[in-house]
Design a binder for this molecule. Structure first.
Ligand SMILES: [Fe+2]
Length: 303
């Protein structure tokens, strides 16, 4: 992949890792820890990543062990790449276990440096909230989870956190990270589990310096916008929803991917979906070595 242009913040956007503390398979079929390892290994050659984000459902069971796994695997990848690491709870996460290991979700700061946190006790009814600065961008995490429920909601304390964080513009704008995306759901099940008050989010975002909202939850990549702000939904690490099927049915396929999101100095945004190839299923259709690719580029590109 190309190196990002100077001044660009490259974000590796992962979502829905659904890690288990005891190694249990997700939905009885997928070893999510192995899937995460394989995906990170595949992404190891992506250059210039400044921030790694996991937009919720980090854990399947809410256990501290599952959060230790993500702290170690994604934390090590981010440190090695000199990238910050930020995450936020989803509906499968449990705030107590999340906070015990990941505190407010802002795990590593700019350059992959560990962030120093004072451990505060919060009741699990209090949403996890955080913000940090990466390459002049303010990264704000908002907890849309509702304890014991699958749907999402922005509570008044979560909205107030967002309002306060966005009150003054940042040098190069802001990025909002949340789990339940403020976009329509592709299936009946996901419709029942969607964010219930996207209009409240729109009211807070309107007129702010937010350049993009990063979400997950649907285990399928799609893009939209809210209040004129782009919304990107990352594919799931755990599996890939087949949204083309009947509206009232739910099908997920074995498959893992991520987004590589580039946020340029002037606020322009590009997102590149990356899929982990499956050697058992994916046959190579084309491979050009560097010499062959250069020959074709010289023949058919501009003189
Ligand atoms: Fe979810």
């Amino acid at each position: 992949m190309q190196t990002p242009a100077p001044g660009t913040l490259r974000i590796l956007h992962l979502s829905d890792t659904h890690l288990t503390g005891d190694g249990a398979l997700h939905q009885g079929t997928v070893d999510t820890t192995a899937a995460l390892h394989a995906l990170l290994e595949h992404l190891d050659t992506v250059p210039g990543t400044g921030l790694v984000v996991i937009s919720g459902d980090v854990s399947e069971d809410g256990s501290p062990e599952s959060y230790e796994t993500v702290r170690r695997t994604v934390g090590d990848w981010a440190e090695r790449h000199g990238a910050a690491f930020v995450t936020v709870p989803g509906n499968h996460d449990q705030r107590a276990g999340f906070r015990q290991v990941l505190v407010d979700g802002h795990v590593l700061g700019e350059g992959g440096q560990p962030l120093v946190h004072t451990m505060e006790h919060h009741d699990p009814s209090v949403p996890v909230r955080g913000q940090s600065l990466v390459a002049g961008r303010r990264i704000v995490t908002v907890d849309t989870s509702v304890p014991g429920a699958g749907y999402g909601e922005l509570s008044e304390p979560a909205l107030e956190h967002l309002r306060a964080a966005l009150a003054e513009p940042s040098e190069h704008g802001s990025v909002v990270v949340l789990h339940h995306p403020p976009l329509p759901a592709p299936t009946a099940l996901h419709d029942a589990l969607k964010l219930r008050n996207p209009e409240d989010l729109a009211d807070v975002l309107r007129g702010t310096d937010v350049r993009v909202v990063l979400g997950g939850h649907y285990h399928h990549h799609f893009a939209g916008s809210i209040a004129g702000v782009p919304v990107l939904v990352a594919p799931g690490v755990a599996n890939d929803n087949d949204v083309a099927g009947a509206y009232d049915q739910e099908t997920a396929l074995v498959g893992t991917g991520a987004l590589v999101v580039d946020l340029a100095a002037d606020g322009s945004l590009w997102s590149t979906p990356v899929r982990l190839p499956r050697p058992d299923a994916d046959e190579q259709a084309l491979h050009l070595d560097a010499e062959a690719a250069a020959r074709i580029a010289a023949a058919f590109g501009p003189a």
